[in-house]
Design a protein around this ligand. Structure first.
Ligand SMILES: Nc1ncnc2c1ncn2[C@@H]1O[C@H](COP(=O)(O)OP(=O)(O)OP(=O)(O)O)[C@@H](O)[C@H]1O
Length: 266
């Protein structure tokens, strides 16, 4: 089942495909297979979520899709073109179409820089005329305005930081947005807020989203399609309703059974 990248609604254009992708780390006795023989397709204007417990290989897939990590096996295409092994120049071009928001987004940034300075690198990829317009528009999509530019990271809540990072990705108007545990720092109501931002981006801009989470509750709230990862293997994939109401794999059934418990502890 997991070998068939066409699994799903069957409508719409496949913007991205992965065929039999795998990734190992280390060698010999220390070799770890993080992802093994995973195949899926992302359909334009759909939200696909990858769900699985910690260590199941979700982030490794996100990093391979983004071209940050070479695959050990398999092939990937974007817009029908092979993106399995990109040169540095081709990867930079690819990042105009494919942007990502990762968990703990501000940890790598200098705390003494304003938001404006943090966003400067992305702004430089745009010409000066469109930069301000794009910035304002991107901040608008996440419910913020230009006044946030003069703030420092410590003056912002986790939720505001996360929204700024989404805006940063949106400035380039990517066709595919990868959000890896993008709601991890948020409390329950802000989390729903960000999930709604992502659905708005799909509905209003026709954006394709790959959302990565360990929480099957969030996955089902948001997704058109769900991919379930267990220990590096894609054990189940399909339209969200099929996965929720008719889960085929024991692991998916277990994740679903845990949902009330997760929400009680949230
Ligand atoms: N650079 C690396 N070197 C060695 N092992 C790695 C590396 N990156 C990931 N792994 C291993 O690959 C497996 C999958 O990790 P990955 O981060 O993709 O899982 P995940 O599902 O995203 O987990 P989490 O939800 O905790 O982020 C884990 O066993 C992890 O230890």
């Amino acid at each position: 089942m997991s070998d068939d990248p066409s699994t799903g609604s069957g409508h719409g254009t496949e913007i991205f495909t992965a065929s039999g992708i795998g990734r190992t780390f280390g060698s010999g006795r220390n070799q770890v297979t993080a992802v093994e023989d995973v195949s899926f397709a992302l359909v334009e204007k759909e939200i696909t979520t990858i769900v699985g417990e910690s260590g199941s290989g979700k982030s490794t897939i996100a990093r391979m899709v983004l071209g940050l990590l070479p695959v050990s096996s398999g092939t990937m295409t974007f817009d029908g073109k092979d993106v399995t092994k990109l040169s540095t120049a081709a990867r930079i071009a690819y990042w105009r179409d494919v942007q990502a928001v990762f968990q703990d987004p501000f940890s790598s940034f200098n705390q003494f820089f304003t938001v404006r300075r943090l966003l400067n690198r992305s702004l430089r990829m745009l010409d000066r005329v469109s930069a301000k317009e794009r910035l304002e528009e991107a901040l608008g999509h996440v419910g913020m305005d230009l006044s946030v530019l003069d703030r420092f990271p410590h003056q912002l809540s986790g939720g505001q930081r996360q929204r700024i990072m989404i805006a940063r990705a949106l400035m380039l108007r990517p066709r595919l947005l990868i959000a890896d545990e993008a709601t991890s720092m948020l409390d329950a109501s802000l989390r729903v807020n960000i999930l709604n931002v992502l659905t708005d981006l799909r509905d209003e801009l026709g954006m394709t989203v790959l959302f990565i989470t360990h929480d099957i509750g969030q996955a089902c709230y948001l997704a058109d399609k769900v991919l379930v990862m267990e220990k590096g293997i894609l054990v189940e994939q399909g339209p969200t309703d099929d996965v929720i109401f008719n889960p085929q794999h024991e692991y998916t059934q277990r994740l679903l059974a845990d949902v009330p418990r997760l929400h009680e502890s949230a």
